[in-house]
Design a protein around this ligand. Structure first.
Ligand SMILES: *[C@@H]1O[C@H](CO)[C@@H](O)[C@H](O)[C@H]1NC(C)=O
Ligand SMILES: *[C@@H]1O[C@H](CO)[C@@H](O)[C@H](O)[C@H]1NC(C)=O
Ligand SMILES: *[C@@H]1O[C@H](CO)[C@@H](O)[C@H](O)[C@H]1NC(C)=O
Ligand SMILES: *[C@@H]1O[C@H](CO)[C@@H](O)[C@H](O)[C@H]1NC(C)=O
Ligand SMILES: *[C@@H]1O[C@H](CO)[C@@H](O)[C@H](O)[C@H]1NC(C)=O
Ligand SMILES: [Cu+2]
Length: 205
């Protein structure tokens, strides 16, 4: 965990003036996003770090949790694709997925793996219960418990709306991603992931 903190601190200071908020996926192997309720200013980044298991970060509407936002609106939304942590762990790295938040409209997020969403593996960026008291994380989670998970595109490899990469303290890194329009989010140039890895290397050589 230490190297990712350092890499992210370096990313925030070196790669961009915009703040990056880190969300740990599957901390301690649990079906969680930590933290699961964050405030992000327009233009800032959120980096999801997949520490265990084989999970996704996928956008839904509030009213239809566990299903791609594109099924229930004309928004494409973001989807990390499945990110198996073990494959990268053998190289001392973890997969990451980074989105840029365009505005403060609430972004509802779930994991599209098996029944993780039903089990409560959900989160919100910019919850706004002042605008609508019903649209809380607690209520989203309740709806999720009764929902049926759908994988975007029915594919295990779809990836849009952000940038995938790996973060490590070893100095070696790979980064690739596909950018696509998403509600309140936009892809991040892959240079960020590469700079983060390089910065981490500086601390650990
Ligand atoms: C992970 O483990 C640490 C140490 O036991 C604990 O403090 C933390 O709450 C756990 N986090 C989750 C999400 O389970
Ligand atoms: C991750 O999960 C997806 C969807 O269930 C599956 O297709 C893929 O094979 C899994 N990857 C690994 C490495 O287990
Ligand atoms: C998308 O949907 C919103 C409302 O749901 C509507 O205002 C907007 O015009 C639609 N955009 C397109 C391109 O269809
Ligand atoms: C508040 O959110 C709920 C759940 O999405 C929705 O049914 C309701 O219409 C919303 N209320 C207003 C005033 O938009
Ligand atoms: C987010 O920003 C990108 C690039 O500026 C834009 O294409 C996209 O439409 C924006 N999304 C929203 C919901 O405004
Ligand atoms: Cu999951």
């Amino acid at each position: 965990m230490q190297f990712t903190t350092l890499a992210l601190a370096a990313l925030a200071s070196m790669a961009t003036a915009q703040k990056t908020t880190v969300v740990t996926v599957a901390m301690n192997g649990t079906l969680t996003y930590s933290p699961n309720n964050i405030k992000v200013n327009a233009g800032e980044f959120v980096q999801f770090q997949f520490t265990a298991g084989n999970h996704t970060v996928t956008q839904s509407t509030f009213d239809a949790p566990c299903q791609p936002i594109s099924m229930h609106s004309n928004v494409t939304g973001f989807h990390s694709g499945f990110q198996p942590a073990a494959a990268s762990a053998s190289m001392g790295m973890i997969p990451t997925y980074t989105i840029q938040v365009n505005n403060t409209t609430p972004l509802w997020v779930y994991c599209a793996q098996a029944k993780h969403c039903e089990a409560g593996m959900v989160m919100v960026i910019n919850e706004n219960t002042a605008a609508n008291a019903s649209r809380s994380l607690v209520n989203y989670k309740s709806l999720a418990a009764k929902a049926t998970t759908v994988v975007p595109g029915g594919s295990a490899t779809t990836n849009n709306g952000g940038t995938t990469g790996t973060t490590s303290g070893t100095g070696s890194s790979t980064s690739s991603g596909v950018s696509a329009a998403g509600a309140g989010a936009v892809g991040v140039p892959s240079v960020y992931a590469l700079l983060a890895a390089a910065a981490g290397a500086a601390f650990f050589l």
